[in-house]
Design a protein around this ligand. Sequence first.
Ligand code: ASP
Ligand code: CP
Length: 327
Amino acid sequence: MPHTLDKISPYLPFGDRRDAPFYGHDILSVNQFNRDDLRYLFGVAHEMREMVARVGCFDLLKGKVLANLFYEPSTRTASSFMAAMQRLGGSVIPISEVRYSSVAKGESLPDTVRTLECYADVIVLRHPENGAAALAASYAQKPIINAGDGTGEHPTQALLDLFTIHEELARVEGLTVTMLGDLKYGRTVHSLARLLSLYNVKLNYVSPGILRMPQEVKDEVSARGVAQYETSDLSEVLEQTDVLYVTRVQKERFEDPAAYESVRGAYVITPDTMRAAKAKMILMHPLPRVGEISMDLDSDPRAAYFRQMEYGMYVRMALLAATLGKA
Ligand code: ASP
Ligand code: CP
């Protein structure tokens, strides 16, 4: 796998920093990051947040082009990458409906990315197959950013999730993070559990029996010495929880519709549920939600899911600046 493949152009554009961390790198998995990388990226994301608050847009990536290539639906990831690029003065080729592209004529993923890199400096890719981003990266000369590959990973989501935790609770060390819902098919929790295992945290996994966290992820996490606990009963762990990370049951990943029906609506977080939670904790969700969190909770100060989306734009601004050598 070409993780952290360094794709430094021989024609280095004026002002690009060759020595910048992540310059020319693919972003395929959270396993590429260590704690120093995260400190650096979150520092840049902080600066982005301040600059957006002060001036809205600035020309750090003027002249750069992002190709946003989405084979699966997206609201947040596609639009926050677009907003991130535009706020940094760059421009975007949006391909959010691959059925209107030559993919509909049968063009392969390797040829599609080799086409787009003729026009763009970086490609953000969402695809229904695990490993698609790594495959694309092995063909492309320009950086590929994984925006979700099947049930595999969603690394930029995990980065923004961790940034959210850091901003909201001012620390990560020592926290108890409870992930709830579809832990089998949910790529966001696969990435987040791996990323959190860089810290001294406790992870609880709450899911129906058929939607447990994959063994592969649990093995990676336990190899880093992080305690994990599995249950199907949220009330066992809610009182100790600092971050409750709720996920949607991934209907589109089920082969058997009856199996989906047996677990849809398995958990619904309501104001009543949250009575047992700490006063100082946060409720997160990568979104979209389809009933797992009652809208009655939206005004609860612990509900961080809307703020989480905004943090995402700053983290993606930082990632684009870093991979393009301008951070
Ligand atoms: N938006 C996230 C993803 O694409 C979570 C979800 O769709 O449930 O993985
Ligand atoms: N969280 C997330 O990836 O949302 P979208 O699927 O809308 O991009």
